[in-house]
Write a protein that binds this ligand. Structure first.
Ligand code: OAD
Length: 246
């Protein structure tokens, strides 16, 4: 493994335009369950039935109860060494952009600044009618919460099944993928599109793919270097190696 980490570090040190794509696995060591896998959220709840506009129209209270539980979890979680390692790589001027599918705020809290959030933000509520947005520092008390601007109901400002991704975020993400010479893919199953396409775009434009995951993913077949293990263990070691070489 240390040979592979050294190889990855060399590629990264030589890179001119490194980007990162992260998924739920990077927050697993902060105590936020991933979506897929035995311990995944989806084994206890059925997001396919809850995280949809139809479910929300049918029963906004139940959907909000599920989000309130997750909001509590995000608020009590802390960034882990993997989030901090990416923030440090950005500070060093090496990592140019981090693209995340996560709706938690752990990258921001770790200090990442150039962040593209593809799937929205669980700590923001948005009015279904007038678009008013509200930051949530706690789960709303009365569910579903009412819009203070127009009186209609607020929804979580996240992307649900069947909904398009925020246009600006997706344009910026794909533009950065076309420009990247290396992508570091961390803790994603790679099965949700269009996010799962981003490493393929980097590869098709001649870039290299380095993946960190506890198990193989849909991305692994196109990776140049696969670093198997926990992101919170591997990324700090990778950053140390990069510092030695830089
Ligand atoms: P998944 O739950 O699909 O995948 C998590 C990945 O993280 C898996 O490949 C695990 O093997 C890996 N993993 C788990 N723990 C890890 C650790 N400590 N270190 C490294 N890797 C680890 O999560 P995503 O790929 O993020 O979308 O799922 C993509 C999207 O599916 C989510 O953003 C969500 C869901 O539908 C929306 O809500 C729109």
């Amino acid at each position: 493994m240390s040979d592979l980490i050294e190889k990855a570090a060399k590629i990264i040190v030589k890179s001119k335009n490194l980007i990162a794509l992260t998924g739920a696995g990077i927050s697993a060591e902060s105590g936020i369950p991933t979506f897929r896998g035995e311990e995944g959220l989806w084994s206890k709840y059925k997001p396919e039935e809850l995280a949809t506009p139809e479910a929300f129209m049918r029963n906004p209270r139940i959907v909000w109860e599920w989000y309130a539980w997750r909001i509590d979890m995000v608020l009590s979680a802390k960034p882990n060494p993997a989030h901090r390692a990416l923030a440090e790589l950005e500070d060093m001027g090496i990592l140019k952009i981090t693209i995340t599918q996560n709706v938690d705020n752990l990258h921001e809290r770790a200090g990442t600044k150039k962040l593209i959030k593809l799937h929205g933000d669980i700590l923001t509520a948005r009015c279904v009618s007038c678009g008013y947005k509200q930051h949530l520092s706690a789960p709303p008390k009365d569910l579903p919460p009412k819009c203070p601007s127009c009186g209609d109901i607020l929804r979580p400002d996240v992307v649900w099944f069947g909904e398009p991704l925020p246009a600006k975020a997706i344009e910026e993400a794909f533009e950065s993928a076309r420009r990247a010479d290396v992508i570091l893919v961390v803790g994603t199953s790679g099965v949700v599109y269009p996010a799962g396409l981003i490493p393929h775009v980097v590869k098709n434009y001649g870039g290299k793919v380095i993946e960190v995951n506890v198990s193989e993913s849909a991305i692994t077949e196109i990776t140049d270097i696969f670093l198997r293990g926990h992101a919170g263990k591997i990324l700090p070691v990778l950053v140390l190696k990069i510092k030695e070489l830089a």
